[in-house]
Each structure stands twice: as structure tokens, then as C-alpha cells.
Design a protein around this ligand. Structure first.
Ligand code: WT7
Length: 631
């Protein structure tokens, strides 16, 4: 458990970037800001909220009935009003909001704020024609194309709740999410493009909507030539839907606490959790961090490489940059296709100034060598961000030196689907400590504690918790209050992150990894339970256990231990079949890198698989306390 480990912290080594950037930053001095927040937390958040537009103001900044918080109580707004109208009717009407780049050179689409506003309104009116209204759930299963973002914003415009499902998920995962939220409409595309190949999405949707009685219509963006046939009972073409639709659509007045979206994240047991975020608090959190942590200014060109199918894409690919009135790039590209220099070429071509990516990508680039980034002019870069898993010191150093040329601060941002926004980082201009994400941002109170919620001394490992509510915190797990309550009652008085961490003498926090059965593969959160149940659903499998094996590139790889049903023989062919089976049910992101056939699995007396023991054996480590082991 957490108390079992101690970390030897080397003497603190800091990288201190150019202080000019701190002087001119939106956040300014970290300490000063943090003290300002502590002096009056509600007033601090209220001042941030006042930077945005509201149709009517709150009568109270926050109410806190443990474990339920409400923020900006009684206020009304619409996030798209703040993402679009506010800019269109002010200075940014003709500013570029969104640039999209496909895989092929020259394949580009650009939207000014005005054009994005019109496209969103048109599609919002189209959705209304299908009978979608406030509170209805809409599932978006699309590749990274402008329409994916337009669809999200169109839902928000009319008060419909979007559930975006990453295009790399398979049939079961999609079905589970569609039925989980009871989606009325599914929005998809015929294909996504990856490494020069068309990946069909529509056939996956066709299977996923079987036995999903809530689904009334499927909207399909047809990209391929010739156009695929549609089945008119259910399916409608994206462009047919918006034909003749007005480019004006009144934004629905949303209560601050109305649901904005539901986004699924892997659970430690059973099914994934539908994390619920609301209109007011989430908007304030996304805006605040995009502006004050990434320090987005009007002449920045911002690029977040995450797919909007993940929370990073929601907050920092879509809502955050638009709320700040930024120009941002989205791409359907893969980091190493057609060559490992593609991303650096895009930084040069678009003059990217603020760049946000994941450690797994950075480590991949380290392998392909400095010569790739060195071919391009990266001098436009100003701020480098990282998210998804710990940024190890070697990757930090490489990112800082090779990409940032020792000029750019690295903001390693720790947060979660549940937190909605950045929580722990090192704001620009502050001394950076490789291996440590940093300190809680002003507005957040984080700590490293023991099981009882008591702070542990510096250098001692413990559980990372958040002590006070914050505006963009999840409000519930959709349809599962009990699962929500567990976040706040596992450690008394605290929100449990389920991450292990260590705090240094300087208050900097090093995040070490998960305490639970989640495996972070290439920055994606995958539940052992999901992979195990996918394996067990194969006719030859009796039982399965899945663990994460540390990997220098992807952070972790999935290893599966499988017990076959009597009469089935282990074979290479069967291994391939199982991998294929997981690919089809959960999608390519969840496939095991290796499968081992075994006769038994270590279990507790109560029958729980002890993955910890499997992992220790696999890594040649001491399995620790095995007193609860069955035999
Ligand atoms: C888990 C949340 C929210 C962003 C993407 C992942 C790990 C995230 C960091 C970081 C160390 C990190 C944690 C966290 N994580 N960022 N900067 N340093 N670990 O969102 O799928 O909800 O996963 O990702 O373990 O709990 P998510």
C-alpha cells in the first residue's frame, strides 16, 4: 500500500527558464496568486468567472454539501456563447479559430470565429430538426475533423448533452457508452484516416446500435468517394441535415449546474464510468487554466495533439482555447506518418507557439532521434505542455533541450477526466523540477496523505488527494451516485485521485502512478477489468488477469494471463485470435502486447485476483504481503 514505499529524492535540481515570460504572463507570480486564492477562495473563483459572460449572475459562488458541490448557483450561461458569440461580436470576428490539417500535404480547412459560429449554429438547427433538445444525450463517434468539434459545440448550443467516444474504440465499448447515456442521436463519419488508410467507423456504429433502443437517428459525415449508401430509416447525411438550416441559433440558457457533457473513463471494476461535467463550473475551469496556465495570448497559435475523444481534447483541444479566443490547430495526423518529422514540420508551418502533448509521444520522438526535429524551425515555440502520465526526467530533458531549445518552460500538467482541468503543474516562469509535475495551481488544494487523510512528511510516499471542491470537478458518475461518493469517502474529507505521489521539501509533487487497477498505456487510461471481461467473452477463455508492464515508450504495456477452458490447447493461433477479439470488442488501444497461458491465477481467499502478485513475479520483484493469498 501507499505507506509501504519510500522514495529516495535526489537533491532538488531545477531548471529556471527566462523570467521575462513570468513577468508578462497572465498568472504572474505563483506565490502571490496562491495566497490571494487562500485568503478568499470563493472571491478568487468569482473574479475568474466574471471574466466570462453570463445571461444572469449567481446568487452564491458555491455550496458544499459533502460530497456534492454546486458552483455559480442560480447563474445562467451557455458555453458556446463564450466560445463563439463573445468573440464574433467583439474583436475576433475575423480571427482564425480553428485550423484542421489532414494527413496529406495541403489538406487543410480553416474557420474564422464567424465561420465556426455559423457552422455550429447550422448544425445545431439541424439537430433541432431531428427533435434533439435540452437534456437529450447525443453520442459523437468521429475522427478528428472540424465536424467533430462542430457537433460538440452544436450540442452545447441547444443544451443537449454530448458523449464523445474516441474513434479508436470498438463495438462493445461504443455500445456500452451509447446505451449508458441513452443517446437519442449518434453522430459519426463513414471513415477516419490513419497512416494513409481509411478506417471505417460506420460499420462499427451499425453494430453498436443493435439493442440500443434509445437511438432514433444516426447522422453520418460522408468523406469517402464514392459516397456510401445510407439506410434511410435511421441514417441521415450530415450535409443533407444542414441544407437550408439557418446560421443563427439562439444559445439555450443553461443553468450553471445543468449537464454539459458525459465522458467515459475506465473503471477499476466492471463498466467504465460516465463522468458528468456541468455548464458553469467546467467552463470557468477550462477558461481559467487555458488562459492562466498555458498563458494563451491573442497572437498565440496553439496546438493540443489530443483527440477530442479524451478529456484533454475536450478541455484543451476544444473548450479552453475557444473560451480564450485562441487560434488553434487540430490534426488527423499520426506522430510518425508519413515520417517522424511530421509534427515538427507542422510546428514550423503553422508557427505554433503553445504546444501540448503526451510523454509517450515525446519518448517515441527520442527514439527516432534529434535529427528529425532539427530539420525544422521550431523557434515559434513559447510554451511546451505535457499530460497523461509522469514526464520522466530523461524525457523532460529532451523535450526542454531538443524541442524548446532551453528557451521554453515545460508545463507538466497533472489532472484527470474527473477534475476537468489542470490541477497540479509548474506555471511558466517558475523553477521546473524534472520528474515533478509541480504544485497545485492557485484555486486548488492538493496534498499527499496516508489512509486516514493526514499529510505525510516530505519524501514519504502517500496518496494524492484534493482537499476542497473546485469549479470543474465532476458532479457525479452518470446513473451511479454510489460510485461518485466513493471518490469522496475513501479517504475522510478528501477527493481521492487514486494516484500515488511524493512531495518534496519544496512542496513540489511527483506523481508516481495508480494505486488501483488502471493501466495507463500511451497516456490512455485502461481498466484491467475491461480487458479481462473482453478476454473472458471469448469462447475458449475460462479466466483472465491483466497487468501493466512498464515500458520505456508507452509507459505501460498490457500483459494478459489466460486460463483456457478444458479441452482448449494453447497455441500461437489462439493468441492471435484473442488479440483480435479484444481489438474488435474494445478497440486497438486496449489490445494486450503479450498473452501467457496459465493453469491458475493468484487469488485472495475471497476470490479476488491478486494482480499485484502477478506483477511482482513478472518483474522479478518481491510480491510483498501475500497473507491473503489463497494458496
Ligand atoms: C490519470 C488520469 C487528464 C489528462 C489525461 C489523462 C495520470 C495524468 C499526469 C501527469 C503524472 C499523470 C494520473 C491520473 N496522469 N497527467 N502530468 N503526471 N500522471 O486523463 O484518463 O482521466 O487519467 O492520468 O495517473 O490519475 P485520465
Amino acid at each position: 500500500m501507499a505507506e509501504d514505499f519510500n522514495v529516495t529524492l535526489n537533491e532538488a535540481q531545477y531548471y529556471t527558464p527566462d523570467t521575462e515570460c513570468k513577468k508578462n504572463s497572465w498568472l504572474g507570480d505563483y506565490e502571490k496568486r496562491y495566497q490571494e486564492f487562500l485568503a478568499d477562495p470563493d472571491a478568487y473563483w468569482e473574479a475568474i468567472a466574471r471574466e466570462l459572460d453570463w445571461f444572469s449572475e449567481w446568487n452564491q459562488v458555491k455550496t458544499w454539501n459533502y460530497p456534492h458541490a454546486e458552483w455559480f448557483c442560480g447563474a445562467a450561461t451557455n458555453i458556446t456563447y463564450n466560445c463563439l458569440d463573445r468573440h464574433v461580436f467583439n474583436q475576433r470576428r475575423n480571427k482564425v479559430a480553428l485550423m484542421w490539417r489532414g494527413e496529406d500535404e495541403g489538406e487543410e480547412r480553416v474557420f474564422t470565429y464567424k465561420q465556426l459560429y455559423q457552422a455550429v449554429n447550422r448544425f445545431a438547427n439541424g439537430l433541432k430538426k431531428l427533435g434533439v433538445g435540452k437534456g437529450d444525450r447525443v453520442c459523437i463517434y468521429m475522427p478528428v475533423v472540424p465536424e467533430q468539434i462542430i457537433a460538440m459545440l452544436a450540442c452545447a448550443r441547444i443544451g443537449a448533452v454530448h458523449t464523445v467516444v474516441f474513434g479508436g474504440f470498438g463495438v462493445n465499448a461504443l455500445h456500452q457508452r451509447i446505451t449508458g447515456v441513452g443517446a437519442k442521436v449518434v453522430i459519426t463519419a463513414d471513415i477516419g484516416v490513419r497512416r494513409g488508410k481509411a478506417i471505417t467507423l460506420k460499420n462499427i456504429v451499425e453494430e453498436a446500435v443493435v439493442n440500443a433502443p434509445s437511438v432514433e437517428r444516426i447522422v453520418i459525415l460522408r468523406r469517402d468517394d464514392p459516397k456510401i449508401e445510407l439506410h434511410s430509416e435511421m441514417e441521415i447525411d450530415y450535409h443533407d441535415l444542414i441544407k437550408g438550416a439557418s446560421s443563427e441559433c439562439e444559445p439555450e440558457a443553461m443553468d450553471a449546474e445543468d449537464i454539459l457533457f458525459i465522458l467515459y473513463t475506465s473503471g477499476t471494476t466492471g463498466s467504465p464510468k460516465g463522468i458528468v461535467h456541468t455548464c458553469g463550473g467546467y467552463m470557468v475551469g477550462a477558461y481559467y487554466t487555458a488562459k492562466y496556465i498555458f498563458d494563451i495570448k491573442d497572437n498565440d497559435v496553439y496546438w493540443c495533439t489530443a483527440d477530442p475523444g479524451w478529456i484533454t481534447g475536450h478541455t484543451y483541444g476544444v473548450y479552453g482555447p475557444l473560451l480564450t479566443g485562441a487560434t488553434s490547430l487540430i490534426t488527423e495526423t499520426t506522430p510518425d506518418y508519413p515520417h517522424p518529422g511530421i509534427w515538427w514540420s507542422l510546428i514550423e508551418e503553422y508557427g505554433i507557439t503553445v504546444f501540448y502533448t503526451a510523454p509517450t509521444a515525446i519518448r517515441m520522438f527520442m527514439r527516432t532521434g534529434e535529427e528529425w526535429p532539427n530539420r525544422y524551425d521550431l523557434s515559434s515555440l513559447r510554451v511546451l505542455g505535457s499530460v497523461g502520465e509522469p514526464l520522466n526526467p530523461e524525457a523532460f530533458e529532451w523535450y526542454y533541450r531538443v524541442i524548446g531549445k532551453e528557451r521554453c518552460p515545460i508545463v507538466d500538467t497533472w489532472w484527470q477526466t474527473e477534475t476537468g482541468m489542470h490541477m497540479i503543474t509548474t506555471p511558466i516562469g517558475e523553477p521546473m523540477r524534472p520528474g515533478f509535475a509541480g504544485r497545485p495551481i492557485p484555486g486548488v488544494i492538493a496534498d499527499v496523505v496516508d489512509q486516514g487523510g493526514n499529510s505525510v512528511p516530505p519524501g514519504q510516499g502517500g496518496l494524492l488527494v484534493i482537499r476542497e471542491p473546485w469549479p470543474s470537478m465532476m458532479r457525479t458518475v452518470y446513473g451511479d451516485e454510489e460510485r461518485y461518493a466513493r471518490y469522496w469517502n475513501t479517504i475522510p474529507g478528501c477527493y481521492t485521485t487514486a494516484d500515488l505521489a511524493v512531495k518534496g521539501d519544496d512542496g513540489y509533487i511527483m506523481v508516481i502512478g495508480r494505486t488501483d487497477d488502471l493501466i495507463i498505456v500511451a497516456g490512455h487510461n485502461i481498466g484491467t477489468a475491461e480487458v479481462e471481461s473482453a478476454l473472458v467473452s471469448h469462447a475458449s477463455v475460462a479466466e483472465a488477469a491483466v497487468i501493466g508492464i512498464p515500458d520505456p515508450l508507452k509507459g505501460n504495456l498490457i500483459k494478459a494471463f489466460v486460463i483456457l477452458i478444458d479441452g482448449k490447447e494453447p497455441s500461437e493461433k489462439l493468441k492471435n485470435e484473442l488479440v483480435y477479439h479484444v481489438r474488435m470488442t474494445l478497440g486497438p488501444i486496449a489490445i494486450p502486447s503479450s498473452i501467457e497461458f496459465v493453469d491458475s491465477l493468484p487469488k485472495t481467499r475471497s476470490g479476488k485476483i491478486m494482480r499485484r502478485v502477478l506483477k511482482a513475479i513478472e518483474l522479478g520483484m518481491d510480491p510483498g504481503d501475500i497473507s491473503t493469498l489463497e494458496d
